[in-house]
Design a protein around this ligand. Structure first.
Ligand code: GDP
Ligand code: MG
Length: 337
């Protein structure tokens, strides 16, 4: 396989400049765990041998674990924290994985979309497809002043379909079926016994609407069993454009806790588009929350309501499409036909 090394280098250099000070290293690893190319944050030169050695020793076990967890061998994207570093793993097509090593106190949220886009470009380079050098400017300013924020919003509003991936989060008590919904949606599978995912598991999926000639890309953040940690939760919930509030129709208390989830999410991501989902409707005999109650509460929150079963797959695609339509209405300039 011949890979355009020059293009890879140029892309890594662009990435280094875009991410800035928090970058320790960016590494392209092939599926056998061998380093294809790397750049270090400060110098911009190729990473020194010993740094590469050190980082790859760190990366390898995590990479192994992540790839094993996803039966398909494709894991989308994941983050992982060590004492010294924060790592972002992005699948870059069939042949490579793109690893970003950040300072331990770096914010992953603003960097993640850029890592994701860069990984897509790496994948194109590996496949020998054309790669556009232009990447939309989506790192939002760390400064919290109104003007910067408005500029950022405007850039999002004018995006064309397919150019921007929206961050989607899931809120709701443990064991209501959030992870199951995501897996059903992304891989169309259901496992009754999930192993805990490492850190935050991030997956991508496109929702296409042929009739609207439009599509929405979601980057779905699923937080694995760490919702009790406030710090983790806030990073997870912040800067999201789309969210699903999930409760279990067989457990009333999960329904009653939705308001708290709703308030916390709105606080972290003010302009988020939300829907409410009542999951596990396959458990007909155990139902404890009825359709009218779910719908009534959704009306009160001024959001849409839908009932699903991640087990049978009923309405799972519909739920994500419902949300995707809201994103199209809000952000996307549909191309002229
Ligand atoms: P999370 O903690 O919200 O991510 O919930 P999980 O996706 O890990 O699911 C918790 C448990 O509920 C698992 O044992 C799932 O197999 C089960 N589960 C999830 N969705 C459904 C569903 O729609 N129907 C049934 N019967 N079980 C479900
Ligand atoms: Mg889960």
């Amino acid at each position: 396989m011949s890979v355009d090394r020059e293009k890879l280098k140029a892309l890594l250099e662009w990435y280094r400049q875009e991410v800035g000070d928090d970058l320790i290293a960016a590494i392209i690893v092939n599926r056998e765990g061998l380093i294809m190319d790397a750049v270090s944050g400060t110098s911009g030169k190729s990473v020194e041998e010993d740094i590469v050695g050190g980082v790859s020793a760190l990366v390898e076990p995590v990479l192994n674990r992540i790839t094993k967890e996803f039966s398909s061998g494709s894991f989308g994207t994941g983050t992982f924290d060590t004492d010294e570093y924060r790592l972002i793993f992005c699948e870059a097509g069939a042949h490579a994985v793109f690893v970003t090593v950040l300072d331990a106190i770096a914010m992953v949220d603003p960097i993640f979309p850029v890592a994701y886009l860069t990984a897509e470009k790496i994948s194109r380079i590996f496949d020998g497809r054309p790669v556009s050098p232009v990447i939309p400017n989506i790192i939002s300013s760390q400064k919290d002043d109104g003007i910067e924020r408005k500029v950022d919003k405007l850039q999002k509003i004018t995006v064309k379909s397919g150019e921007y991936a929206f961050k989607l989060i899931l809120g709701g008590d443990g064991a209501v079926g959030k992870t199951s919904m995501v897996h059903r949606f992304v891989e169309d599978s259901f496992k009754s016994d999930y192993k805990g995912t490492i850190g935050t598991s991030i997956m991508k999926k496109q929702c296409s609407f042929d009739d609207l000639k439009s599509s929405v890309r979601f980057v779905i953040w699923d937080l694995a069993g760490q919702t009790q940690f406030r710090r983790v939760r806030q990073t997870y919930l912040a800067n999201a454009e789309a969210g699903i509030l999930v409760f279990d129709v067989t457990r009333k208390e999960t329904f009653e806790n939705i308001r708290q989830w709703h308030d916390e999410i709105i606080k972290a991501s003010k302009n988020i588009s939300l829907i409410l989902v009542g999951n596990k409707i396959d458990l007909v005999d155990e139902r404890d929350v009825f359709h009218e109650e779910g719908e009534g509460f959704a009306n009160e929150l001024n959001i849409s309501y839908i009932e699903t079963s991640a087990k049978t797959g009923e309405n799972i695609n519909e739920a994500f499409k419902m949300l995707a339509l809201q994103m199209i209405k809000r952000f996307i300039v549909t191309e002229e036909v």
